[in-house]
Structure formats: structure tokens, C-alpha cells
Write a protein that binds this ligand. Structure first.
Ligand code: ZN
Length: 342
């Protein structure tokens, strides 16, 4: 009898493990990821302006002389550690990703806001590449906890433009995507990190700080990186750009009215020729395994549905072109603009 109970329990645990593994690894098909995939005809970058997508909202912008990187989030801690454990930057993973991306030197690392999936690794990446760390007081406190030199931190005011080499960079304070979960919203949004964070710590220690739309102006092109799918009405209208890197995570969980306002106050306000969706990949998957869209588990728990978030953007932008950038590859901005706007 005891034996039967023992084997029943073992069997139930095995079935639960198989189900969990299926939910974590099955990813609903997102045809847009292939349909909009950008293919370059160039063998290598030409020395003019290039961009590289490195997952989540990591965007490298470089013209060979000046290089800036948003976020630099490479560690991608496990879902178990994010939900129930503690997290910290993984130096080996950061080294691997910098090498794979061909990044040796940077002028600035700029997190889009201070949640762990954007800013946790930023000070380490800035230290390894000799870059300045630019952002809010909250980002500075993540830097202080990692002994980032204070004279290399720049805490910016919203709308302040900084000249970084050949690029003009302006951070415009906006709003984060409002988590549907009220508890998470109250805990993580509209709150500053007021003390240095010394990891390992809970993921919940990484409070939002300020969420920015980052505008980068270069003689070859202008771009905006909008990391989180939130908006403040009417604050971006004077900032038309050629390319918009658009954080789409969470759009699919919002209603039609929210999406309508988001399109009006972010996409139409910035009026880009090209939209490059970002923040669509599952950041619990290590980058060395490539980019994967959200798992079925995230769909069931949080309503994450990459296909639906693409559709919201497609619906309101039939005249604009969308492009999905490949991982680890420098893409020539002029080629991108020419090819996709033909
Ligand atoms: Zn966030």
C-alpha cells in the first residue's frame, strides 16, 4: 500500500514537471517575426551609422567613432530566481555577450528605466567598456551598489540634450506600461531606488525610477528607443524620427482604447518611417540560445501574446514599415531606411 502511494506521488511529480517544461518551452507561432525579418545585402558594416539589436531593449548605435548602448541587460536570470530567489549580474555571461556583439568600447550606456531586465547589468557593462552611465537617480543607485565611479555617472533631467561624440541624446521622461496586476504595479512602478543596490537581491528591489523615450540624433538619421509600452499624452509631438525602436511588451494585455492612445501619443507623435519592434523576446532564455518569443506559460499567467502585440501595431500603421532585426548583427541604418521604404 505504502509502495503504491509512493509511486503515485512520484508519477504525479513527473507529470507536473513535464507539463511545466511544455508550458515553458512551447511558444505560440508569431509569423511577423519571419515576415518582417530584415536581411542585409552588405557583408559588413560600411563605417557609417549602424545599429545592432541584442534582445529585450538592448540597442547598440555606432558610427565607428561614437557608440552608445541602451540597457546592456545580458544576464537573463532564471524565472525561478526572478520569482522566488535573488538575482545578480553574471560577469561571464556579460563578457560572452559583449564579445559576441563585437563591443569593446562604448561612450554611454543608457537604461530605458531601472527594472532589473533593463538596468541590472548596465553599470558593469559601462565599467567594462569605459562608458558613462546615463539615467535617473535610481539607475545611479544601481551603479553605486556595484562601485561604479560616480564621476562617470550622468543623472539627467527630462528633455535635457547631451552631446555624446557625434550623437545628440535626449531622454524624455514618460510612463511605464501599467502592469495589469495591481500588487506588482504598486510595488514596481512610479517608485525610485533610494539606496545603493548591492546584489544578489530580489528582482523586486529594482524599482522603475524614470521610464524614458531616448531620442538619438545623428547626421545620418534620427532614432527613438521607447522601451516600455506606456505613454504620457502630447509630450513627444516635437520629436519626429526616422526609426522608432518600439517596446511592445504588454500591449496585448491592454484594451483597444489604451492601444489607440498609445499609437497616437507614441508612434504617430514620433512619426517614424520604420518601426522596429523590441522587447518581444522571452528574456528568461539565455542570449546564447538565440531569441525566442514568449512562452505559453507567460501567455497563461500574464496574457503575453507576441502575435497580438504585433497586430496592434500593424493595425494602426499600414503606411509605415516594420522590421525585425537579427540578433548579434550590425545593420547599416542607411541600407535599412532605403530597403524598407522602397
Ligand atoms: Zn520595466
Amino acid at each position: 500500500m505504502k509502495k503504491t502511494i509512493f509511486y503515485t506521488i512520484i508519477g504525479m511529480i513527473a507529470i507536473a514537471a513535464i507539463c511545466l517544461s511544455f508550458l515553458l518551452n512551447f511558444r505560440p507561432h508569431t509569423p511577423q517575426l519571419e515576415d518582417y525579418r530584415f536581411h542585409s545585402d552588405l557583408d559588413s558594416n560600411t563605417g557609417s551609422l549602424n545599429v545592432q539589436f541584442i534582445g529585450n531593449t538592448n540597442i547598440l548605435i555606432t558610427d565607428g567613432k561614437t557608440s552608445i548602448l541602451t540597457d546592456g541587460f545580458f544576464t537573463r536570470p532564471s524565472i525561478r530566481n526572478v520569482l522566488w530567489g535573488e538575482i545578480e549580474p553574471d560577469l561571464d555571461v556579460i563578457d560572452y555577450c559583449l564579445k559576441k556583439a563585437g563591443i569593446h568600447q562604448l561612450d554611454a550606456v543608457i537604461p530605458v528605466h531601472s527594472h532589473f531586465d533593463h538596468a541590472m547589468d548596465s553599470p558593469i557593462v559601462a565599467m567594462k567598456t569605459g562608458a558613462k552611465l546615463i539615467g535617473s537617480e535610481s539607475t545611479a543607485n544601481i551603479g553605486k551598489g556595484l562601485n561604479f565611479p560616480e564621476d562617470k555617472m550622468i543623472i539627467v533631467d527630462s528633455d535635457e540634450t547631451i552631446q555624446i561624440g557625434s550623437m545628440k541624446v535626449t531622454l524624455i521622461k514618460g510612463k511605464h506600461w501599467p502592469y495589469p496586476d495591481k500588487e506588482l504595479r504598486n510595488k514596481l512602478l512610479d517608485r525610485e531606488i533610494t539606496q545603493p543596490i548591492i546584489p544578489p537581491v530580489s528582482a523586486l528591489e529594482y524599482l522603475e525610477g524614470s521610464s524614458y523615450t531616448i531620442i538619438v540624433e545623428h547626421e545620418n538619421a534620427s532614432m527613438a528607443i521607447h522601451g516600455s509600452a506606456g505613454f504620457i499624452p502630447n509630450i513627444l509631438a516635437d520629436n519626429n524620427v526616422d526609426i522608432l525602436f518600439l517596446g511592445i511588451a504588454g500591449l496585448e494585455t491592454m484594451d483597444d482604447l489604451y492601444n489607440d492612445c498609445f499609437q497616437t501619443h507614441i508612434v504617430e507623435a514620433l512619426n517614424p518611417e520604420v518601426i522596429i519592434p523590441i522587447h518581444w523576446d522571452d528574456f528568461f532564455v539565455p542570449l546564447k540560445k538565440g531569441l525566442k518569443s514568449r512562452s505559453l506559460l507567460e501567455k497563461l499567467i500574464q496574457g503575453m501574446d507576441v502575435k497580438k502585440s504585433f497586430e496592434f501595431v500593424e493595425m494602426r500603421n499600414p503606411e509605415r514599415t516594420m522590421a525585425v532585426l537579427p540578433l548579434w548583427k550590425l545593420v547599416n541604418v542607411l541600407e535599412l531606411l532605403e530597403k524598407v521604404t522602397l
